[in-house]
Design a protein around this ligand. Structure first.
Ligand SMILES: Nc1nc2c(ncn2[C@@H]2O[C@H](COP(=O)(O)OP(=O)(O)OP(=O)(O)O)[C@@H](O)[C@H]2O)c(=O)[nH]1
Ligand SMILES: [Mg+2]
Length: 260
């Protein structure tokens, strides 16, 4: 579940928890704050917004900040999802603020990406509109109680039209998260997307490509640690001095370091 700050992600998540618990299934919620090192605001805000479920044993809600975490969101999120999965949560909702690269990483971590926008979304200068449409499996126009919801739906339809043929056309759902209107339609859209993935073998494909990305990211982090360890110390300093004195070119120096 991704979208601009304040678009209603937590309120929608709260209502979705209600739907899932109505079916007696357990649910895990990860609210990811990509910017704050402490996530204090997010923890408080999300807990308050999902208060109805705070004492429900079948609901696990956790806020996490990823700044400062090695590999950031792309490593922390799948690991947290894995733990919730192992703990037997059949549904896991990941909420994160959409800012640039982040929503793309979220899309990488989830089976279904829900992009939340609000009425008049089309008015502002939003650099990453096309990018958001690209990752959306389901589009939500939340705060449909406000003016301009129908226009925004039309805008989105046009943009999807321009984006061309795809094997899955993201449905556009209007919701009013505060009173729950449209949330049943949103849940149906999520289930439809899941069914689509399963029928076409895409679920396994997505998960396997996700694992490839994760493994690659882990290897990358490990290599980075080695780079830090290698480009450090007496031998490194000596090679730098040799390059500075033009006794050695930097590529040869690099090879010498890697060779060691
Ligand atoms: N009028 C109206 N207000 C809404 C609706 N959904 C959410 N809100 C309000 O919008 C504000 C932000 O809602 P949140 O659910 O916290 O939004 P969010 O996207 O989780 O916000 P961040 O996590 O801070 O990015 C709250 O005051 C909600 O009560 C809606 O459908 N209609
Ligand atoms: Mg929130």
């Amino acid at each position: 579940m991704t979208g601009a700050p304040g678009s209603g992600k937590s309120t929608l998540t709260d209502k979705l928890i209600g739907v899932i618990r109505g079916g007696d299934l357990e649910v895990g919620v990860l609210a990811i704050d990509p910017t704050s090192p402490f996530s204090g605001g997010a923890i408080l805000g999300d807990r308050i917004r999902m208060q109805d479920h705070a004492t429900d044993e079948g609901v696990f809600i956790r806020s996490m900040a990823t700044r400062g975490h090695l590999g950031g969101l792309s490593l922390a999120t799948p690991q947290a999802v894995r733990i919730l999965d192992a703990a037997g949560k059949p549904w896991i909702i990941i909420e994160t603020v959409g800012v640039g690269q982040v929503e793309v990483e979220v899309a990488g971590a989830a089976d279904t990406t829900v992009v939340v926008v609000n009425p008049r979304w089309g008015d502002g200068v939003q650099a990453n509109k096309a990018g958001l449409l690209e990752i959306a499996d389901v589009l939500v126009v939340n705060k449909a109680d406000r003016d301009g919801a129908a226009d925004t739906v039309r805008d989105l339809e046009q943009m999807l039209e321009l984006a061309g043929e795809r094997d899955w056309r993201p449905p556009i759902v209007e919701t009013v998260a505060t009173d729950g209107r449209g949330v049943d339609v949103l849940w149906r859209a999520i289930l439809d997307h899941r069914a689509h993935l399963e029928v076409h073998g895409r679920l396994e494909q997505r998960r396997s490509s996700r694992l490839r990305d994760e493994l690659r990211a882990i290897v990358f982090e490990r290599l980075r640690e080695r780079v830090d360890a290698t480009c450090h110390g007496e031998r490194f300093d000596r090679l730098v001095a040799q390059v500075a004195a033009r006794e050695l070119d930097p590529y040869t120096a690099a090879d010498a370091l890697l060779g060691s």
